[in-house]
Design a protein around this ligand. Structure first.
Ligand code: 5GP
Ligand code: ZN
Length: 112
């Protein structure tokens, strides 16, 4: 499968990895939109948020928990933003789900 993030999981494309376990990988975004901007992805290929199935519920929770834990470890205890873009209208460009975590600057609402 020709998937950029599967290649990062496999180590075929380098990434600045922050954390890895048997289920997820977290790495710094290549084009950071905040002083802290990293992605948490499942090792399992899931194309979009719409493709999360009942059997993936624990995995989805683990992605959220990992995001929170790493955000705090990386100095975002004052607050942070998470986002998962879904499909073209949601602004998704890489079709392997990833949770954006942004921090260490003031976030605004609504997002663009
Ligand atoms: P999306 O637009 O799908 O929500 O987010 C994709 C994100 O992946 C973007 O923030 C983009 O900068 C990041 N990205 C794209 N290609 C690479 C890459 O090769 N390495 C890393 N670390 N991030 C990438
Ligand atoms: Zn993939």
């Amino acid at each position: 499968m020709d998937c950029l993030f599967c290649k990062i999981v496999a180590g075929d494309i380098p990434a600045k990895k922050i954390y890895e376990d048997d289920l997820v990988v977290a790495f710094h975004d290549i084009a950071p939109q905040a002083p802290v901007h990293f992605l948490v992805i499942p090792k399992k290929h899931i194309s979009t948020m719409n493709d999360i199935r009942e059997e993936d519920r624990d995995l989805a929770g683990h992605i959220l928990y990992t995001a929170q834990r790493l955000a705090n470890e990386l100095g975002c205890s004052g607050g942070f933003r998470v986002a998962m873009n879904c499909n073209e209208m949601g602004g998704q460009t890489v079709y392997h789900i990833h949770l954006h975590v942004l921090g260490q600057r003031q976030m605004n609402w609504p997002p663009g």
